[in-house]
Design a protein around this ligand. Sequence first.
Ligand code: CDP
Length: 228
Amino acid sequence: MPAQRKPIVAIDGPAGAGKSTVAKLVAQQLGLLYLDTGAMYRAVTYGVLAAGIVLEDQEAIVSLSAESEIQFRGSQVWLNGQDVTQEIRSPTISAHVSQVAKIAGVRRLMTQQQQAIGSHGGVVMEGRDIGTQVFPKAEIKVFLTASPQERAKRRYQDLLDQGQRVGSLEELEQSIRNRDFQDATRDIAPLCPAPDATIITSDGMDISQVAAAIVELYAQSTLQGVCS
Ligand code: CDP
């Protein structure tokens, strides 16, 4: 009999909802692997811009993405042997990533890698389409969101903490709204809660409260079926 796959925790949601911080904490508390799928799309976008490829040239972007080696080393992200951890969080990458992430060939390649990483389960994976496309059978599905104002405030603080150049809070809120719109209206794997996802609106909740709610969902899911 094949070994049973360990549970998968899928955390999806819009920009700046706190997915990364929460997902890392949940993974740490449950002793699971953590995967930030957004970092993969950001790394490809970094490679595209660095190579001077125009965003309209989808064929060149897919080829480049097929040749790109993305590695996670602890909390660092490496692209083709280069540490791009800081660079992929820049406002330029944030402004262009949705245009790269909507390309079918790019999504196919990223999805395959994500499914390979999670094939044995035991992972907390965060992104936009984990519960809908990458692991539609994930045991725990969370759609984490917050009001655009709250998300802009959090992201503003994150960028300041990272030493990134930030414009005004209003500009940041507008860029977050633009990215959400592009991600939610694209043809393939749009940002959208899975029908069976638990929606958590985190305005007024701190990180540890959100993490505790997800850990509780995990505990409940592992109890299901023990009597059958
Ligand atoms: O951290 P933040 O919420 O700003 O976004 P991210 O998770 O780093 O994702 C950056 C972008 O990658 C998103 O705006 C999407 O366009 C794309 N993405 C995606 O299409 N599918 C995923 N599973 C994860 C990210």
